[in-house]
Design a protein around this ligand. Structure first.
Ligand code: CTP
Ligand code: MG
Length: 231
């Protein structure tokens, strides 16, 4: 089945608080975006990559990232939108007509593995919609506006959601279409599928697969890249 990956990389990295957007910051000498695209390129099951970038960066990303790093599977560089969901939708509008499976993977999660991406593709082909995640380690509490703890959640049922997420193409198309129609903003793509009543499978992933969000995540990611995988 023809499989493509949409890589949202159109954010501005406000929480990183750096001059340049975090997807372009270097880790072990390479831009974060390059780490991520190289893993996706190495996946035998991935046929093409659609990299979604800030509209003003489209030319420079080709010139400074895709060409110099010799990334061969990039089918298109797409202009992103205001929020992540808008960027994924722009990617979805750009993919090949005959793509059957669509993976969405954040540019700023460079520590994925080929095995995990391939497992997502296989599971999405079987069940239609999957996400990778890990069980929560800490105790999670719901807290009111006034700082009062309202309740302690049952940790045994809680998972942190990561990407990759993978879908049958028609399911993801419909989820985005209906989200626009209903004015829904989701912080990931599976939430848009869940609201249609379609089952989403959770695939146990890896604690290494962090999203680089705040400055300390850069330190952690450098250390994880230098270390041998522990699982
Ligand atoms: N993203 C995107 N388009 C947007 C916003 C985010 O493609 N309008 C991408 C980011 O580039 C990143 C991924 O979605 O790869 C996850 O988003 P996040 O970690 O929130 O990144 P930023 O939005 O850049 O960071 P912040 O929220 O701190 O500004
Ligand atoms: Mg953001």
């Amino acid at each position: 089945m023809k499989t493509v990956a949409i890589v949202p990389a159109a954010g501005s990295g406000n929480r990183m608080n750096r001059e340049i957007s975090k997807q372009y910051l270097r880790l072990a000498g390479k831009p974060i975006l390059v780490h991520t695209l190289q893993v996706l390129e190495a996946c035998p099951g991935v046929d093409g990559l659609y990299v979604v970038v800030p509209p003003q960066d489209a030319a420079s990303v080709r010139r400074e990232v895709i060409d110099p790093w010799n990334l061969k599977k990039v089918a298109a560089v797409v202009a992103g939108g205001r929020e992540r969901q808008d960027s994924v939708r722009a990617g979805l509008n750009a993919i090949d007509r005959d793509a059957e499976i669509v993976i969405v993977h954040d540019a700023v999660r460079p520590l994925i593995s080929v095995e995990l991406v391939e497992r997502c593709i296989r599971e999405a082909a079987k069940s239609g919609a999957v996400t990778v995640g890990v069980p929560v380690k800490d105790t999670v509490k719901e807290v009111g506006q006034d700082g009062r703890v309202l309740r302690t959640c049952d940790r045994s049922a809680l998972w942190l959601t990561q990407t990759p997420q993978a879908f049958g193409r028609a399911i993801l198309d419909r989820a985005h279409r209906e989200a626009v129609r209903d004015g829904i903003r989701g912080t990931d793509d599976t939430s848009l599928v869940e609201r249609l009543g379609i089952a989403v499978r959770m695939i146990p992933g890896n604690y290494r697969n962090i999203k680089i969000t705040t400055p300390e995540d850069l330190v952690i990611a450098e250390a994880l890249l230098a270390a041998r995988p522990v699982v």
